[in-house]
Ligand binder design. Structure first.
Ligand code: ADP
Ligand code: ADP
Ligand code: MG
Length: 501
């Protein structure tokens, strides 16, 4: 039985995992970089250890250091979260070698799905529809022109090792083929250290619809229905919802079966996501599999009524799934928005800095997965996501109303955020009607920006500034009063908090 878990991650996901550990009576070990000394995940864990300097390559990606902390603290398992080492087959293998449970799939599944060309071939053999395109990497530029003409423009040139929306080029004109292939190759090499690229037919009017799967180590595999993630910017998700507003019961059943077949084709274990691209007629094609917990997993939790981290831990413990496909259903509607420290008026450039004051929305149906607090300085080294705001409603329009209420009262002072922009998304007609594609933000850019500007009411800003000023003064006073008693409590609690030398 797992008694202690090291969380090899930071930010909201580290805290998310620790919350479930607490409910299960499992001890938690945090690791952190020097830049994260005052991060909430550090004080949230039962134990916390510094593993190196700020750059990820020297801390959160340092496999040996993380393994060393796990061994010294006697952690029986490691949860990798998402990003960082979560899809690193070497890390999964190193854990195995050290008799530490990796809360995720075996190295074989990560490797097969991590390379998109290999994944496509595996899916074809398993009878899962893939986007029409090349089976092998493009090596010769003349070949590229020939192959792309055969597939028919427009196409996507994609990095086989790609992820996070990087290493992708849309090619619409014949004269752009060679330069696009070259550009995709060099971007892939610098981002992933691997320049293999392949070609996919560009699906027009695309919808990104993905299926959550769960598989145990006893041959059982179920899907937890779909998530619609078509509101994207630079091929990265901005808003996610479930159920998908364009899904039909018939297609859901079929896609769900294919998602399970995809996972079983690599003998999958744990929680994973099969991403599909679909057209307006709900013809669907496998895009990729993410062999980890997904950023947007909370919307599935809200609608299906399961704790996915708990399921991951139970599977890692060797338990059988405690439900069958026919036991599962979707109840109500959930939406997630990713709130970033970024400037919508400056091309969404990251805008890290100090959070002077933050006010979270409260009330029925609201969940806020976050790691920031008043006075927290968002480090410049990592993804500038502040919070994942998730709402649940009895139906889609209730959920949209609830999201608007939540975003209206969600105040962050000190850094610019995407909150006004996200609010506007909830008002655009095609979103409200549920008729949108991955081009949604691009197609509505002017409206989204224009409205975001007028959302800022001067009167409201004045009230906030006055309120913040009052709060800051009050907090300064309270903290000076409490400082002494707080520090003695800290000592008494006996919490282990130290550097590992
Ligand atoms: P999701 O669908 O969960 O949003 P993404 O593919 O966007 O998944 O990735 C989630 C996180 O992992 C993001 O922070 C992203 O930047 C990071 N990420 C994904 N793939 C890679 C990769 N190959 N290399 C580095 N970071 C990655
Ligand atoms: P990543 O690993 O970076 O997440 P994906 O293959 O999942 O890459 O693609 C990310 C996004 O790019 C998709 O959600 C979709 O919006 C767009 N995309 C990828 N392939 C295609 C395609 N063949 N046609 C249209 N859009 C695509
Ligand atoms: Mg993807």
């Amino acid at each position: 039985m797992i008694k202690k878990i090291l969380i090899a991650n930071r930010g909201e996901i580290a805290i998310r995992v620790m919350n479930t550990c607490r409910e299960m009576g499992i001890q938690t070990v945090a690791v952190y970089s020097e830049a994260d000394y005052s991060s909430l995940h550090v004080s949230y864990a039962d134990e916390a250890y510094c593993i190196g300097p700020a750059p990820s390559a020297e801390s959160y990606l340092n496999i040996e250091k993380i393994i060393e902390v796990a061994k010294k603290t006697g952690a029986d398992a490691i949860h990798p979260g998402y990003g960082f080492l979560s899809e690193n087959a070497k890390f999964s293998q190193r854990c195995k070698d050290e008799n530490i449970i990796f809360i995720g799939p075996a190295p074989y599944a990560i490797d097969t799905m991590g390379d998109k060309i290999t994944a496509r071939k595996t899916m074809m053999d398993a009878g899962v529809p893939v986007v029409p395109g090349t089976k092998e990497p493009i090596t010769d530029l003349d070949d590229a022109v020939k192959v792309i003409k055969e597939i028919g423009l427009p196409v996507m040139v994609k990095a086989s090792a790609g992820g996070g929306g990087k290493g992708m080029r849309l090619v619409e004109k014949e004269e752009d083929i060679i330069s696009s292939v070259k550009a995709a190759k060099s971007e892939a090499l610098s981002a992933f250290g691997n320049d293999a690229v392949y070609v996919e037919k560009y699906i027009s009017s695309p919808h990104h619809i993905e299926f959550q799967v769960l598989a145990d180590n006893h041959g059982n595999c179920v899907h937890l229905f779909e998530r619609e993630c078509s509101v994207q910017r630079r091929h990265q998700k901005v808003v996610e919802e479930t159920p998908s507003p364009i899904m039909t019961e018939e297609v859901r059943k079929e896609m769900g079966k294919h998602a399970v077949a995809a996972a079983q084709a690599v003998n999958y274990s744990g929680a994973g996501t099969i991403e599909f691209i679909t057209d307006d007629n709900l013809n669907y094609y496998f895009l990729e599999m993410n062999t980890r917990l997904q950023v947007e997993h909370p919307i599935t939790e809200e609608v299906v009524g399961l704790d996915l981290v708990k399921e991951q831990i139970k599977i890692a413990n060797g338990e059988k799934l405690s439900f069958k496909q026919e036991d599962l259903g979707q109840r109500g509607h959930a939406i997630e928005v990713r709130i970033y420290a970024e400037d919508p008026d400056n091309n969404f450039m990251p805008n890290p800095g100090k959070i002077e004051h933050i006010q979270f929305p409260l009330g029925p149906g609201i969940r806020n997965d976050t790691y920031v607090y008043n006075g927290f300085e968002i480090p410049i080294y990592y993804d500038p996501m502040i919070s994942k705001l998730v709402v649940w409603g009895a139906n889609r329009s209730d959920a949209i109303q609830r999201m608007k209420r939540a975003l209206k009262v969600f105040k962050i002072n000190g850094v610019k955020t995407s909150i006004p922009f996200l609010y506007q998304i909830m008002e655009v007609e095609s979103f409200v009607k549920g008729r949108y594609t991955t081009h949604f933000i691009q197609n509505n850019e002017q409206e989204l920006k224009m409205r975001a500007d007028c959302n800022m009411e001067c009167a409201e800003i004045g009230t906030i500034v006055a309120f913040l000023d009052y709060m800051n003064k009050r907090e300064a006073k309270l903290s000076s009063i409490n400082e002494e008693s707080a520090s003695s409590k800290w000592k008494e609690s006996g919490r282990k908090f130290r550097f590992l030398i």
